[in-house]
Design a protein around this ligand. Sequence first.
Ligand code: F6R
Length: 258
Amino acid sequence: MLTTKARVRERLIDGIKVQVYDDAKELISNAAMQLSALLKEKPSATIGLATGGTFVDFYTHVAATHKEDGYSFGAAKSVNLDEYVGLNWEDPQSYHRYMLENFFSKVDIRKENAFVPNGNAEDIHAEAAAYDRRIQDLGGVDLQYLGVGVNGHIGFNEPHTPFDSRTHVVDLTGSTREANSRFFIARDVPKRAITKGIGTILEAKKIIVLAMGSSKAQIIKDMFEVGMTTRIPITALKMHPDVTLMLDKDAAALLTDL
Ligand code: F6R
C-alpha cells in the first residue's frame, strides 16, 4: 500500500532552525518527540511550558501518547511561562486552570513539581522575583516551549521589553488583549500579567517555538526581515544557540524561500 509521507522543509535562518510542516499533526508529534527524548534521557528534567490556543493539541497529544511511548513525568518538573494578574487559580481563564485541565490532570506530574506564577499573590513583584529564583534553584530549564503573539511577544514580554529582563509584571498591550479576548466571553481581558523575562527564557538549554495559523504569518515574516530588535521580542531568540521554530504552512505562508 502506498503511504504519503508528510513533508517537512527545514532551513537555518539567522541561526534558528526553521521547520515548515505540511501537516499540523506531524508538527505536534515532532514537537512532542523532543519532550519524549529529553525525559527518556533525563527523567528529572525541568520543562518550560506555554499556554494559549497553540498548545491545546500539543498537550492532548502528549497526554495521550506518553505512556505508550514509555516515558513518565513522575520525576519531572515544569515551570510555566506566565499568568494573568488578578485571576484566581479556579478562574476558567487562568493559566493555572488551563494547565490543570489540558495537562496536569492527565499526566503523572507531581503537583508540587508543576509551577505556574501566582497572579493573585499579595505582592505580585515579590512573586515574580521568587519565581525567577525558583527556576534557578531547579537548575534552570532544559527545554522551553514557546508560542508567539501576533505582535511578536514571547511569554507576555511585549514589544520593547529589554532582552535581559527577568520574571516581571507587565502591562498587556491592546493587541494582546484583543487577540486573547476570544477566550474571555462577556468580560474584560486582564490588564496585567506576570511573565518569565526574555533573559530568563534565553537561559533555557533548548527552545522550541510553535506557530500555527495565518494570523502568525506576518510576524514570522517580520522577525526575519530585521536583525535583533526589542520592537519584535521573538528576535531575541536569534542570540540563543539551540532554537527550533516549527511552523505550519499558514504561519510560514509569507516566508518566500522555504
Ligand atoms: C502563553 C504565552 C503567549 C502565547 C502567545 C500565542 O503562555 O506565553 O506568548 O504563546 O500569545 O498565543 P496563542 O497560542 O493563543 O496564539
